[in-house]
Design a protein around this ligand. Structure first.
Ligand code: HEC
Ligand code: HEC
Length: 201
């Protein structure tokens, strides 16, 4: 019985989402009914576990939802939280959701807890470390970490989330060739530093 009710709920979500081919300024029903529970009412999550989506680039949101749906993004939290949610999404819904979040104002900077770490993180972000094959992050993510097209915005993102992603890229749990190579030789301390810096932007 439970299963029937759940599938009816999932179907209702799919139908209501498909019906709203509206402008990016109105939240698609799925966003207000489902996504907002974790990612915040307007995608400006206040929880360290849930990434912010407000102001994220549309192309990046789209590729991530597709990779949750086809299971190519497989770090533990992707599996636990996003695989099930992304499963019933159609390409149209993904497109609408991505446009909607991209049109939102990014959340305010998150105050850092450790000024020394922030300074170290800034140094990594703008200079990398040539000797250890750590590239200049700003060269792809932008001087303001604002992102561009399929390269994500990192500014104002939840620091714990960023830290977990850097580790997941490093150990290959989240598969991405470019980012895997970029952080291969990064220490945990450096990952924490650059995460603190980025969250504070
Ligand atoms: C139960 C909580 C929960 C709900 C509901 C939820 N998410 Fe998520 N979402 C997460 C978590 C946790 C992550 C981080 C996954 C990881 O660490 O890999 C995430 C990650 C994402 C990402 C990747 C962000 C990035 O910076 O890479 C996108 C995009 C996303 N969610 C979109 C959505 C959309 C759209 C919905 C609604 C259809 C939704 N989420 C509903 C918990 C949730
Ligand atoms: C050559 C371009 C390039 C460089 C240089 C680069 N990145 Fe990335 N980064 C990417 C791309 C592309 C993605 C999206 C990967 C995906 O789709 O899974 C990404 C994703 C990320 C993410 C995941 C964001 C999220 O919302 O989940 C983090 C964190 C990140 N990069 C941090 C860094 C840091 C820190 C550096 C510097 C050490 C860096 N990147 C250097 C291209 C780059």
């Amino acid at each position: 019985m439970k299963i029937t009710i759940l599938s009816a709920f999932a179907l209702a979500l799919v139908v209501s989402g498909a019906a709203s081919a509206s402008a990016a300024t109105t939240a698609p029903p799925l966003v207000s009914d489902v996504c907002s529970k974790c990612h915040g009412p307007d995608g400006d999550s206040q929880s360290p576990l849930f990434p912010r989506l407000a102001g994220q680039t549309a192309a990046y949101i789209k590729t991530q939802l597709e990779s949750f749906r086809d299971h190519s993004r497989g770090d533990p939290h992707a599996r636990a939280y996003m695989w099930g949610i992304a499963k019933p999404l159609s390409d149209d819904q993904i497109g609408q959701i991505a446009e909607y979040y991209a049109s939102r104002k990014p959340g305010a900077a998150i105050a850092p807890t450790d000024a020394k770490l922030v300074a170290q993180g800034k140094q990594i972000f703008f200079n990398g470390d040539d000797k250890r094959d750590i590239p200049v992050c700003a060269s792809c993510h932008g001087e303001q970490a604002q992102g561009n097209d399929s390269i994500p915005r990192l500014a104002g993102q939840q620091p714990d989330y960023l830290y977990q992603q850097l580790r997941a890229f490093r150990n290959g749990m989240r598969y991405n060739e470019t980012m895997h190579a970029n952080v291969q030789k990064m220490t945990n301390e450096e990952a924490a530093a650059v995460s603190q810096y980025l969250a504070a932007q």
